[in-house]
Design a protein around this ligand. Structure first.
Ligand code: SF4
Ligand code: SF4
Ligand code: SF4
Ligand code: FES
Length: 949
């Protein structure tokens, strides 16, 4: 084709506008952007095409072979200027005071087409007095500035998949409307900001830009919330963040974001931040602000005192999945090398430790197999125990796009998540199984696949361990694993189980995405292995569009596991008992290391209560709020002699601390995060650490005070050390990440210098894939006459985990308290209506919440989130845990729900726990009897009362 005399060749399907851009010619445009489908409404991009009548829009006209296009001539120029003149005749001329001034496409286009005056005046009908919708806390919609280009509507549909916006009415009356004219906050809008980013004027505009003006410079970094790991441009004015704009070249997010990453960063500068180190001799004393040196020396001397008095293993540390790889690596190094013990664990213990175990046993590597992009090649998706629309929203948007293109969907979840039925999406199967029956469900699906000869025999013969497969085949074939038998246990019809199994096995590329609804069970590891079994049996591992994909909760869960945070493993998942590996680390770190695994978090608590564990260094995790059976955790914390908490805020755990070391937010440090795709992305400092030291510097100082030399000039040197010592990271460095476009997926080494987007391509990491037997064992946690309902927990989009960050942002506009979801039948039995205050009582404890009556949950199941410390959701969760990894069974707690009738009962709703907590915080040593109800013990109930779930 020829454009303005330039000959060029472009692929079939290219638009004339895009072809022109490839030739270096920018055709004026308003309604088109490179991230949305062409729409053809503004008529600014008109061109002349030889042999065609009129002036077609270049954004919607596709190139044909031999096409001759002219993008500029007098007629086109005049037409475009006339179009702009009409737009401007209904647009406020307040450019100098407009927040988009200097960054407005309408303004730019007026300049490009040479508009100098408007002939029509402003006397006729116009929209200049339209009102502004300020309901969304983060952005405003000023209708008077709207040119009805439809970009926001299309962004909401195509990019986000929420369909919250429409253009209401026709012609001159056309206006952007959220929901049924509910305003943005009252509509289905999830505040992802895609529409704001798409708007070419200041009609949709961030309030931070309206308040503070346009940013001056930008730094590329990575979101510190969830395991999607979105790349962002932190747009700055001096050292102030003006807005976070999703980075178009970010490979995890491709220019999209959610309400948390894009808008909820205000916690980083919140007044609650603690910026001075503090110490106190006892948790009953007031805090005393001290210098960094004093705090660090005090902590070090206490740890050494404890070790001298109670032995080397009386202390330990907890790393955080909120922190960078480099920081996590240093904490485990400090524990192993400076403390001289393997008592190190991570918050991943309470979320995805079964993923590490289950995938290592079956496939040979403790990580997901794909990129997020891979979902665009899938044909059938199983989403199990995960609610990506709330917890991994940017991935959910990509998945929904694929589903709208026709991919089939199976949701396995006790609750009707948004994905089951949302605009233009309807799951083919929703299997609302009873909480705690995941393994039974997957084993029944495997039964169908084997019984109906749907196994991919060639794949299994070539790639998997034959003996293990044969054993598995006969195990799943047993009649007790048939859908008909398992249907009774799972509470889902056998037909649906059969239908879902057939669809997954025969529907083309099959992929499985799962979350904490799989792992946080007493059979979490077994279910992960059952997932891997299904994928191997159907040949769905080792290429694009398939795979086994754990949706990691926090930003750096994958990284904290990779970095050797578990008590039995060095970085790179190598066992501490491996002499060769240990001597490698001993040489590098210059000290002898222990060959026995150390304590896991729950073992640390038990040891603290029995008096053998006395000191803890806890970086960036609020274990008192996030770990199950709060009374038990609180008692363990109160029993210790030196608890060092390093965090942004005085969290629940800090109530039991003797030393508080101020933490630094992701905006204040350099480093890397590793997301759920194994993608290592750079985190970059955009402002100096508010308390004077970044977290990695604090850990180094603490190690030095303990007498162990630990010094780095920059986190890049820490990564260089990690790379030297970890085979899957040998090719990783900050320079290499930069060269590869900002991120790289491990393994990245000599065999894979560009990283590894898809794992297990020709063979599994462990050689032959190993099928594992997945015998269903019911959890000990049963419903009974006394506790007839099953409580399961999850997350909500606007809040994040224990809420330490999001509760300190305007995200509370969407979710200001945790609510208890209860089915209408169960609600009616108890006389409960939406908004009522209800008590939630389990064998472990009692709390109270407001109820919301909904069919999202099935009869017999209640659900809540755990974002607010006041709710104390973990006061009721039990000590049950995964048999292999001790990951707590957050997802199944038998409870009774009752309406709280008196105001005083509501006011005193946390008394039972708070009484215990107050006594602990006042230094009282509680008797075993006092804490008895903290331990989950079925024997408290007569055996006959334990009914079948
Ligand atoms: S913020 Fe996101 S969800 Fe809300 S209207 Fe805009 S694009 Fe749609
Ligand atoms: S709000 Fe912005 S993006 Fe939406 S139609 Fe109006 S001008 Fe276009
Ligand atoms: S999807 Fe996750 S990583 Fe992306 S912006 Fe939201 S919270 Fe951040
Ligand atoms: S950019 Fe082509 S019609 Fe608007």
């Amino acid at each position: 084709m020829t454009i303005d005399g330039k000959l060029l060749e472009v692929p079939v399907g290219t638009s004339v506008m895009h072809a022109a851009a490839l030739a270096g010619i920018n055709i004026p445009k308003l309604c088109a952007t490179d991230s949305l489908e062409a729409f053809g409404s503004c008529r600014l991009c008109l061109v002349d095409i030889e042999g065609r009548r009129g002036h077609p829009a270049s954004c919607t006209t596709l190139v044909e072979e031999g096409m001759v296009v002219q993008t500029e001539n007098d007629t086109l120029h005049k037409l475009r200027r006339n179009v702009m003149e009409l737009y401007i005749s209904d647009h406020p001329l307040d450019c100098l005071t407009c927040p988009a001034n200097g960054n407005c496409e309408l303004q730019d286009m007026a300049g490009v087409v040479g508009l100098r005056s408007v002939r029509y005046g402003f006397d006729g009908a116009n929209h200049l007095d339209d009102t502004t919708d300020n309901s969304n806390p983060y952005f405003a919609y000023d209708s008077s500035k709207c040119i009805v280009c439809n970009r926001c509507v299309r962004a909401c549909e195509e990019v986000q998949g929420t369909f919250a916006l429409t253009i209401d009415k026709r012609g001159f009356e056309s206006r952007v409307t959220a929901g049924q004219n509910d305003g943005f906050l009252g509509s289905d809008c999830v505040s992802c900001g895609a529409c704001v980013q798409a708007c070419p004027t200041s009609s949709l505009m961030e309030k931070s830009v309206i308040d503070l003006g346009q940013p001056e410079h930008a730094v590329i970094t990575t979101c510190a919330y969830c395991g999607v790991g979105c790349g962002f441009k932190a747009e700055m004015k001096g050292d102030k963040v003006i807005r976070m704009t999703p980075w178009k070249d970010g490979k995890a997010n491709r220019g999209h974001a959610c309400v948390k990453g894009r808008f909820a960063w205000g916690y980083a500068t919140h007044q609650d931040r603690i910026l001075n180190p503090m110490i106190r001799k006892s948790i009953t004393d007031p805090w005393q602000e001290v210098s960094w040196d004093e705090a660090i020396n005090y902590a070090a001397s206490e740890f050494r005192r404890i070790q001298d008095q109670h032995g080397r293993d009386a202390v330990g540390g907890i790393t955080s999945s909120r922190c960078t790889n480099e920081e996590t690596y240093l904490v485990q190094k400090l524990v192993r090398a400076a403390f001289g013990t393997n008592n190190v664990d991570t918050c991943a213990r309470v979320c995805h430790s079964p993923t590490g175990y289950g995938l290592k046993m079956t496939l040979g590597e403790s990580a997901g197999t794909q990129t997020f992009d891979s979902v665009m090649h899938t044909d059938v998706v199983i989403v199990m125990g995960a609610n990506p629309s709330a917890a991994h929203p940017v991935f959910a948007s990509r998945l929904k796009r694929r589903l709208r293109q026709g991919a089939r969907l199976i949701v396995i979840d006790p609750r009707q998540t948004e994905l089951v039925s949302s605009p233009h999406i309807q799951a083919d199967y929703h299997l609302p199984l009873r909480p705690g029956t995941n393994t039974a469900m997957l084993t029944a699906m495997a039964h169908v696949i084997v019984a109906e000869n749907l196994v991919n025999e060639t794949y299994v013969a070539e790639r998997c361990d034959t003996a293990a497969f044969n054993e598995w085949r006969s195990f799943v074939s047993q009649p007790q694993n048939s859908p008909e038998v398992m249907a009774e246990i799972c509470g889902v019809s056998a037909d649906d189980i059969r239908g879902a199994a057939r669809l997954y096995a025969t529907g083309g590329n099959g992929s499985i995405y799962y979350g904490l609804g799989v792992t946080e069970h007493s059979q979490g590891s077994t279910t992960v292995m059952a997932i891997a079994n299904l994928a191997m049996a159907t040949g769905n591992v080792g290429r694009e569009g398939v795979g086994v994909n754990p949706l990691r909760g926090q930003n750096n869960v994958q990284g904290s596991c990779d970095m050797g945070s578990f008590p039995h493993e060095f970085p790179g998942y190598r066992h501490v008992s491996d002499n060769q590996v240990r001597s490698l680390f001993e040489q590098a770190w210059g000290v002898p290391l222990q060959s026995e695994p150390g304590l896991r978090i729950p073992n640390m608590f038990d040891a603290a209560l029995s008096g053998s564990f006395k000191g803890l260094y806890c970086q960036g995790e609020d274990i008192v709020q996030s770990d199950p059976n709060t009374q038990h955790v609180a008692a363990a914390m109160a029993a210790m002699e030196c608890v060092v908490v390093q965090d942004l805020f005085l969290n629940e755990t800090a109530k039991y601390a003797h030393v508080f070391l101020p933490g630094s937010s992701f905006l204040e440090k350099d480093g890397t995060f590793t997301n759920a795709e194994r993608r290592i992305s750079r985190v970059r400092k955009v402002m100096e650490p508010k308390a004077g030291m970044a977290d990695w510097e604090v850990t180094c100082a603490l190690a030095r005070a303990l007498g162990y030399p630990m010094s780095y000039e920059h986190p890049s040197q820490i990564m260089d050390e990690i790379a030297r010592l970890t085979p899957t990271f040998t090719g990783v460095s900050y320079e290499r990440i930069q060269e590869l476009g900002g991120s790289v997926q491990w393994p990245c080494n000599e065999q894979a210098p560009e990283g590894t987007p898809t794992m297990h391509i020709d063979e599994f990491v462990r050689g032959k894939g190993r099928f594992m037997l997945t015998q269903y064992v019911p959890t000990e946690e049963r419903s009974s006459r006394k506790f007839p309902l099953l409580l399961t927990t999850g997350r909500i989009l606007s809040q994040y985990n224990v809420g330490a960050q999001t509760r300190r942002t305007d995200n509370v506009a969407w979710h200001a308290e945790d609510l208890l979801e209860i089915h209408p039948v169960d609600a009616e039995d108890r006389g409960i209506r939406s908004g009522d205050k209800v008590s939630v009582k389990s064998r472990a404890g009692e709390t109270a919440l407001r109820a919301t009556v909904t069919e999202r949950v099935q009869p017999g199941v209640v659900y809540t989130t755990f974002h607010f410390p006041e709710s104390g959701a973990n006061v009721v969760t039990t000590n049950n845990s995964d048999w292999a990894t001790n990951c707590p069974e957050y997802k199944v707690t038998a409870v009774q729900i009752q309406r709280v009738t008196s105001e005083s009962a509501w006011q005193n709703r946390w008394n039972r726990f708070h009484d215990i907590q107050q006594r602990l915080l006042q230094g009282e040593t509680l008797s075993a009897e006092d804490l008895a109800h903290a331990d989950h013990n079925h024997q408290h109930e007569p055996a006959e009362a334990v009914a079948k779930v």
